[in-house]
Design a protein around this ligand. Structure first.
Ligand code: MRU
Length: 347
């Protein structure tokens, strides 16, 4: 059977429009949304129709194509100024994943140097960003699987799979490759409150690829490690600072602490588009705070005591000192630090 990552695409350019798989409806409903205006793309990113750091960047790149097409049609002389405002709107859609601004900067580079109708050249650049991401995931799959060692079970958090990227996945890319090589017997997937990316998306991807998956409540992970149930924690990232600190889905830091305590190794898998060398440490990474309703309600039903206040950060920062391996498409940094990050990025 065709693997999942070849059948389902979170992001695609089809018939002059951006097509997004609506991830809010998964796994129950598979519905693709057709977007023809840049404002719709910004809203789709904000509202989690598309999510996952690389997928957000790719969607934004195609969003720039839609923006340029409309602005150039409105006014072929002043389209650049208007597109600049569209770019700012896209950049503000979600603050933590740096892949978004990374992709927009690449698109801006093309805009700055081009003449004439912008659509073809911008589409070629967005397509390149998309294809490079898939190739990076494949490469990271090989590099990460080579670190796994003895056959065993692994734990992952959130969704860093085909759905979160151009295709194949970062953490799930390593898991796919590791399973193929006979090194992964089972994947434990944290359900990942409050959006349930683990339960709804990761488990869905793995079940369809025939990779054994066991779902657990986020709070159960340390107990699983205590029982010797996992060899590696494997996660993606939304932004990695110059010193190797890693921002990823809320709950990742707690996994890294528990993993170190229990002698479980901790692997971060992310393309270099997720590395932000302009910021020195994780303390500078902007952490998205999301709506209180995400905790006060469940499936639209109120679940919390009336009057309770909410703290709902969408991401946390894992210090580099807790990371055993950082896998990028340019290579692996074991126990990453500032020096190793600089070497990796210069490679
Ligand atoms: O809020 P989300 O679903 O966009 O958060 C996604 C994550 O935290 C992923 O782990 C990260 O973006 C890496 S995806 C390859």
């Amino acid at each position: 059977m065709t693997p999942f990552h070849d059948r389902a695409h979170a992001v695609a350019w089809r018939k002059d429009a951006l097509e997004l798989l609506d991830q809010r409806r998964l796994p129950g409903t598979v519905i693709y949304r057709r977007l023809t205006a840049v404002g719709e793309v910004a809203e789709a990113i904000r509202s989690m129709v598309v999510r996952g750091a690389p997928a957000i960047g790719i969607a934004a790149a195609y969003g720039v194509v839609l923006a340029a097409r409309a602005r150039h049609a409105e006014n072929p002389h002043r389209w650049r100024e208007r597109v600049a405002a569209d770019l700012a709107m896209l950049a503000a859609a979600r603050p933590t994943a740096v892949n978004l601004v990374w992709a927009l900067r690449r698109m801006e580079g093309i805009i700055a140097e081009m003449e004439g109708d912008p659509v073809e050249r911008l589409l070629a650049q967005a397509w390149a960003i998309h294809q490079e991401d898939i190739a990076a995931n494949r490469r990271m799959g090989e590099l990460g699987a080579a670190l796994l060692g003895k056959r065993g079970a692994v734990l992952t958090h959130c969704n860093a799979g085909a759905l979160a990227t151009g295709g194949y996945g970062t953490a799930l890319g390593v898991i796919r490759r590791g399973h193929e090589a006979g090194l992964i017997e089972r994947v434990y997937a944290d359900e990942t409150r409050p959006w349930l990316q683990g339960a709804r998306l990761t488990a869905w991807e793995l079940v369809q690829d025939g990779i054994p998956v066991t779902l657990l409540a986020d709070g159960a992970a340390a107990a699983l490690m205590q029982r010797g149930g996992v060899r590696w924690v494997i996660v993606g990232a939304d932004r990695i600072a110059a010193n190797g600190d890693v921002a990823n889905k809320i709950g990742t830091y707690y996994l890294a602490v528990a993993a170190r305590y229990h002698g479980v190794r901790f692997m971060v898998v992310a393309p270099t588009s997720t590395v932000d060398m302009r910021i020195a440490s994780g303390a500078e990474i902007p952490i998205e705070q999301r709506a209180a309703e995400e905790l006060l309600t469940f499936g639209g039903q109120p679940v919390a005591a009336t009057g309770a206040e909410v703290w709902n950060p969408s991401f946390d920062v894992t210090p580099a000192a807790l990371v055993d391996a950082l896998v990028t498409e340019r290579g692996v940094a074991l126990a990453p630090d500032g020096e190793k990050m600089a070497r990796l990025m210069a490679a």
